[in-house]
Structures are given as structure tokens and as C-alpha cells.
Design a protein around this ligand. Structure first.
Ligand SMILES: NC(=O)c1ccc[n+]([C@@H]2O[C@H](COP(=O)([O-])OP(=O)(O)OC[C@H]3O[C@@H](n4cnc5c(N)ncnc54)[C@H](OP(=O)(O)O)[C@@H]3O)[C@@H](O)[C@H]2O)c1
Length: 317
């Protein structure tokens, strides 16, 4: 018992030292705030409403949350609104976008724009960048959140669904980061927050492609952070364990990981708050929750063949 306690304590200390060392260049300011008085509503799809241009005050700081109408994306949007960032939320469904907009505008007195777009589509990133440039948006934060997973994976999903997963999880994150780079550079110091997953830290046979796409997001973020450092753009990567944003995730976690999975889960609001706080502090890898931090540390240092064996045992339940 004593040995286990000391092992966990040592891992925890190592982990904390490791995350402290992640602090990026001090040039990136930690606390940004401003007051927004705008409440204008715009609903744009592929054809954007050019008449809205005059309603913008270009001194306002904006954060764009791709996948910001629900779940972790909404929690991130809320944590940004709390810090007085105006928001651009992107999702496919207008009802949840409108609900998010109304809630955030009334609670935090910020300006929220909503764009109804499917991020999987090839021209989505170009359309968003064009829209932001036309509106002369002062983009300070880009959050790539939208992703697709589910309990079924590679061997049981049709090719079209797997292609959708790759396009949404990897391509949209890669494309938005590139097309919005000129705006982020213009408004530097600025931030990119990519949402991966703990599933991206090691291979998981039953979540084969999901895990592969999320590991692409992790690697992409590490390299991009290095490449953009001189431009004063800080890149962070959120890799949460389970977050019960839908009943299916809670059921699947309980079935596969039982008590341990429930203990590891972190409420979505807390995930959003931690993600935004650490992103603005310039941290690279963000894993909310102590148990998730310890687990993610262990799965990153264990040999991959061991991890695959462990995951396939629990995952096949
Ligand atoms: N929940 C977890 O346990 C967990 C754990 C680790 C990592 N993650 C990652 O965290 C991210 C968010 O997960 P979540 O559970 O919060 O998801 P969620 O509750 O399903 O929310 C996803 C958000 O993205 C939007 N979205 C989905 N597909 C889209 C598309 N093709 N185009 C545009 N917008 C789209 C959704 O709105 P519409 O449906 O209206 O489009 C919604 O706003 C994902 O990348 C996921 O892989 C989740």
C-alpha cells in the first residue's frame, strides 16, 4: 500500500514539474479583457451578410470556437465570454447555436456571432477566413473543438463515416489554423487551442481511427507551437479524459472503465474553464483532472505494446 502511495506521489510531482515547464514565452500576456456592448445578431451560412460590416467595432477582441454550440466547445466559449472575449461560434445546427448565443450574450454582455457551417466540407475553412477578413475581425483566439468519435470504430464503420472522422478531427483543425493564421498573426499575441483527447496519447484498438486522428492533433499542436513561437502565437492542446457531454459517453465510460472512468470524468464547465485559463497562460498540454493527469502521464511513458494490450482488455467489454 505504502509503495503504491509513494509511486503515485512521485508520478504526480514529476507531472507537475513537467506541466510547469510547458509555460510558453513570457511575451504572451496572460490576462486579456475588454468590455463589449454589442448585441447584434448575425446568422451566416455559405453566403455571408455583408451589410453587418458597419456594426463592428474593430477594437474588440474575438475568439472563434469551431464546435462552440454544445458540450466542451460551449464550455470553452463560456469561459472566454467570462473574460470578455466576443465570440464567433460555428456548428451545423442553428437551434443550438441560437440558444448558445442568447445565453452568452445575456449572461456576459459580449457580442456573439454564429456561423452555421459543416466544418467537414472542403471549403469551410476558406469561407470562415474570408468572412473574418471581410468583417476585419480582431481574432485573438482560435479554438478547434468539433470532433467525431463514438463507440464504434474502424472494423465496424463504413468508409464514408471514417473519412468524415478524419476530415472533421484532423483536416478542419489543420485548415482553420492555416487559413486564420494571418489574422492571428496580425493580432498577436494570440492563441490556438486544439482539442484532442486522452485517446490521442496512446493507441486504442477499439477506438483505432479516433485515437489515430486525435494523436495527429497532438503531434500537429506540438510542432505548430514550435513553428509559431516567434510569431507570438501560443498553441495549446486540450486532451481530456471522459467528459459526460452526452448520455452515450457516460454509459460507454461506465461500461468500459467502471468506477475508475467515473472518477476520471470532469464536468464540462470545469474542462472549459481549465482549458481557457491554461491556454491564456501559454501551456502546451492541458489534461483536466488529477486522475486523468496521472493516467495520461502513465500511458505516455509505458511501452505502446503494453498500452494496446491493456486498452484492448478494457475496451472490448
Ligand atoms: N466528451 C468527451 O468525453 C471527450 C473526451 C475527449 C475529447 N473530446 C473531444 O472534444 C471535442 C468536443 O466533444 P463534445 O463531447 O463536447 O462534443 P459535442 O457535445 O457533440 O459537441 C460538438 C460541437 O461541435 C459541433 N460540430 C460537430 N460536428 C460538426 C461539424 N461537422 N461541423 C461543424 N460543427 C460541428 C456541434 O454542433 P452541431 O452538432 O450543431 O454541428 C457541437 O457544437 C471533440 O473533438 C471530442 O473528440 C471529447
Amino acid at each position: 500500500m505504502k509503495k503504491i502511495f509513494f509511486l503515485v506521489l512521485t508520478l504526480f510531482i514529476i507531472l507537475n514539474v513537467h506541466s510547469q515547464s510547458n509555460t510558453v514565452s513570457k511575451n504572451i500576456s496572460a490576462n486579456l479583457s475588454l468590455e463589449s456592448t454589442y448585441t447584434t445578431y448575425s446568422m451566416a451560412s455559405d453566403s455571408f451578410d455583408k451589410n453587418l460590416k458597419s456594426s463592428y467595432d474593430n477594437s474588440m477582441m474575438y475568439a472563434l470556437v469551431a464546435g462552440g454550440s454544445k458540450g466542451i466547445g460551449y464550455a470553452i466559449a463560456e469561459a472566454l465570454a467570462k473574460r470578455k472575449y466576443n465570440l464567433i461560434l460555428i456548428a451545423r445546427h442553428s437551434d443550438s447555436l441560437l440558444t448558445a448565443k442568447n445565453k452568452l450574450e445575456s449572461e456576459y454582455n459580449v457580442h456573439v456571432d454564429i456561423l452555421r457551417l459543416d466544418l467537414e466540407k472542403e471549403n469551410a475553412a476558406d469561407s470562415i477566413a474570408r468572412w473574418c477578413t471581410e468583417k476585419d475581425i480582431h481574432l485573438k483566439v482560435l479554438c478547434n473543438v468539433a470532433g467525431f468519435g463514438g463507440a464504434r470504430d474502424y472494423l465496424s464503420l463504413p468508409l464514408d463515416t471514417l473519412r468524415y472522422m478524419v476530415r472533421l478531427n484532423v483536416e478542419s483543425c489543420m485548415a482553420l489554423s492555416l487559413t486564420l493564421l494571418p489574422l492571428l498573426e496580425k493580432n498577436a499575441p494570440s492563441y490556438i487551442l486544439n482539442v484532442a483527447s486522452m485517446a490521442g496519447l496512446a493507441p486504442i484498438p477499439v477506438k483505432n481511427m479516433y485515437s489515430a486522428t486525435k494523436s495527429a492533433v497532438v503531434f500537429f499542436s506540438y510542432s505548430l507551437r514550435y513553428q509559431l513561437k516567434k510569431k507570438h502565437i501560443s498553441v495549446s492542446c486540450l486532451s481530456p479524459g471522459p467528459v459526460f457531454t452526452k448520455p452515450e459517453i457516460e454509459q460507454d465510460t461506465k461500461k468500459k472503465l467502471g468506477w475508475f472512468g467515473v472518477q476520471m470524468a470532469v464536468p464540462q464547465k470545469k474542462v472549459g474553464e481549465i482549458a481557457v485559463r491554461k491556454t491564456l497562460k501559454g501551456r502546451m498540454m492541458i489534461v483536466p483532472g488529477t486522475l486523468s493527469k496521472i493516467t495520461s502521464f502513465i500511458i505516455r511513458i509505458l511501452p505502446r505494446r503494453w498500452i494496446v494490450a491493456i486498452y484492448s482488455k478494457v475496451g472490448n467489454k
